[in-house]
Write a protein that binds this ligand. Structure first.
Ligand code: SF4
Length: 455
């Protein structure tokens, strides 16, 4: 609540100033000036009264221009087509997330009637004997009576689990983003919702369930797979959840690894920030399983990836997986820009390569921070002390909030240099970037063509 109190005091002061000094402005203009003053004050850690002193009230346009220059100095000077997103700023005490780490122990576990005898339901019963178990006809019917999802509901999602039978939504092509170069990835749509709390997570705006969803009929996925399979495809869980966060309970990895022994031309990827790899270490595999971690400097993890294991733990787990014969992949995604980012990311890359040989890395992706503009307000209310919104985020080619083009280009170029220093043979692609960015960078690997040539 400390962050909420500090930020709401800041906002109150600014709102009061705008009301008294610019009384003739309409609602939208007041809202824009309030937001700009707030963002500057938070980013510079400057009391609002100081910024206000510096603002000489002439006209709305003059005030706005002065504030834009100060809020987006890089984008302004570098002549970026400044497409901004300045929605109403609202902080809410009840939506601020409690960042105290607690053990995952759901209070309510709802089991679809058709899944009541499943081994997954039994394992949840065994793992959480004190949880209240209730039978429901179906998740779909249950949700019909509870449509009002709020940020508060999302904050409490770890208290509720649904065990379901999936009937329709087994696989899909990764939707990527408008106008981006796709990587041809496919999603194995197993489970929905995550235990971790990353400030930038898109699920916090996207989610339409009050809890975490785990299908109990993984065998049905396997049945359907043969009609979905594409030659030499890359597919993975981890799009709508973390692949391994609860693997000790779901045990999903075991039948998956076994199933893909029959499909040696497919590469299956578990994407995780967890270190829950015991099942992987005790299982034989066919060499086509890739275990992926997202890597960030510890500072970024501390500020943005709450409840996740630290960088060194992730690297140690990746090393154990390599020792067990798996390939790993590394996702530098999102790369978060801050003063001193280059030094910190160099340390991450050097630590990774001091533990893992380049030949054991199947692929590497790099993607700079981006999100749907609506996520910005969710981040503000859930994480009022966040630093991730302080950098210059403007609407990019796909209308997502991103760093300006030249900053992104600089990040990619610098990351590629640091990575290729360790091996020229690494397969590296960009995640959700447009054609011009690909063209302006050297030695990228087009993922739709190259990755499934098994080594
Ligand atoms: S680990 Fe991934 S899915 Fe989970 S909160 Fe973080 S970004 Fe979202």
């Amino acid at each position: 609540m400390r962050f909420y109190r500090k930020e709401s005091e800041r906002l109150e002061k600014i709102e009061s100033f705008v009301r008294s000094s610019l009384p003739s402005l309409g609602v939208n203009k007041k809202q824009e000036i309030t937001r700009l003053l707030y963002e500057i004050s938070k980013r510079e850690n400057t009391p609002p009264e100081k910024i206000i002193e510096d603002v000489h009230i002439k006209s709305f346009d003059a005030v706005k221009e002065a504030l834009l220059k100060r809020r987006f100095p890089y984008a302004y000077i570098n002549d970026e087509a400044l497409k901004l997103y300045l929605p109403k700023l609202k902080l809410d005490k009840n939506s601020a997330l409690n960042l105290k780490k607690t053990k995952f122990y759901p209070g309510n576990i709802f089991v679809e009637k058709s899944a009541r005898h499943s081994s997954l339901a039994q394992r949840f019963k065994g793992s959480f004997p004190k949880a209240r178990f209730s039978e429901i006809a179906s998740l779909k019917d249950y949700l019909k009576t509870r449509r009002n999802f709020t940020i508060e509901t999302y904050n409490k999602r770890r208290d509720t689990v649904f065990i379901t039978l999936e009937n329709y939504d087994f696989f899909k092509k990764c939707p990527c983003t408008k106008k981006a170069v796709g990587c041809g990835y496919h999603i194995f749509n197993l489970s929905f919702g995550c235990l971790f709390e990353c400030t930038y997570c898109y699920l916090q705006e996207y989610t339409n369930s009050p809890g975490l969803i785990f299908p109990a009929n993984i065998d049905k996925f396997f049945q359907v797979f043969s009609s979905y399979k594409k030659p030499r495809m890359r597919i993975g869980t981890g799009e709508f959840s973390d692949s391994l966060m609860l693997d000790h309970i779901t045990q999903y990895s075991l039948p998956i690894i076994d199933f893909f022994k029959k499909h040696p031309d497919v590469r299956f990827e578990f994407k995780t920030k967890s270190v829950n790899i015991d099942n992987l270490l005790k299982t034989d595999h066919a060499g086509n399983i890739v275990v992926a971690w997202s890597f960030n400097p510890q500072r970024t993890i501390d500020e943005n990836e709450f409840f996740t294991p630290g960088l060194n733990e992730r690297i140690r787990s990746a090393k154990k997986c390599v020792e067990a014969g798996y390939k790993i992949s590394a996702h530098f995604d999102p790369v978060v820009y801050f003063n001193g980012w280059e030094k910190e990311y160099r340390k991450v890359i050097d630590s990774l390569f001091s533990a893992i040989k380049p030949k054991d890395i199947a692929w590497i992706s790099i993607g700079t921070l981006r999100f749907n503009p609506r996520v910005k307000q969710v981040i503000e209310t859930r994480f009022p002390g966040n630093k991730i919104l302080d950098e210059e985020l403007i609407l990019g080619y796909d209308n997502k909030l991103r760093y300006p083009y030249k900053i992104r280009h600089h990040i990619y170029k610098s990351m590629l240099e640091k990575l290729f220093k360790h091996s020229k043979k690494l397969s590296i692609y960009l995640c959700m970037e447009d054609v011009s960015m690909w063209r302006n960078l050297p030695k990228l690997t087009n993922p739709t063509r190259s990755f499934c040539q098994l080594k």
